[in-house]
Design a protein around this ligand. Sequence first.
Ligand code: ADP
Ligand code: ADP
Length: 209
Amino acid sequence: MRMILVGPPGAGKGTQAARLVGSYRIPHISTGDMLRAAVKAGTELGKQADGFMKRGALVPDELVIAMVLERIQQDDAKGGFMLDGFPRTTPQAQALDVAMTKAGITLDSVVLIEVPDELIEERIIHRRSDPETGAIYHLEFNPPTDEAVAARLVQRKDDTAEACRARLSKYHAETAPIVPFYEQKGLLRRVDGQGTPDEVEVRIKAALA
Ligand code: ADP
Ligand code: ADP
């Protein structure tokens, strides 16, 4: 299966991807995770991406497109993949389309996780992650039960109220326009992202079935 998870920041894409990849046995390709790893490793890409990410702006298309097209050609992605956080702009969607056509492969579905704007900030500012496992938590909605995990949780630099508002406005301006692109191809599945993570997971699996 080749699929894409789309949704505003904090919609639950990463949370759901972690649950779904086990069931579908495909790699979870998160451009946010890849870019954060590049920043941490201090690579050329990381140095270029850092400033954009900190202020909640998008990293330039050419950098992200090159990174993803290389990643989906790797062996573990030959049989399928789950893209999380890409494409985020119309040029990214078009570049993916061209590359997949060239490679003779097709997309199966694009799942849009819908969450109203009013709920986003609360999800983002209390998001935390476990640096050892990458697991995503929420201080209120999904706190860790293990005290050792709770003690080592970290917050992303861009999970401030200010950067969150910048990302949400980017989402509406740059990312929402890719929705009709996939709708016209008959690939779009809309899923309500409110309710518990379990409820959302059931909805996504039903939409993919
Ligand atoms: P995204 O990858 O779309 O930015 P995340 O999966 O990181 O979103 O989720 C953002 C925050 O919201 C995290 O703190 C996560 O624990 C929490 N979260 C995810 N799904 C839900 C849900 N269904 N209800 C409440 N909080 C959720
Ligand atoms: P969120 O979980 O809030 O949806 P991500 O972890 O997917 O955020 O992305 C974090 C940041 O990484 C974005 O705000 C942006 O700066 C950069 N980024 C991730 N994916 C892309 C992309 N496809 N195009 C441009 N920038 C991206």
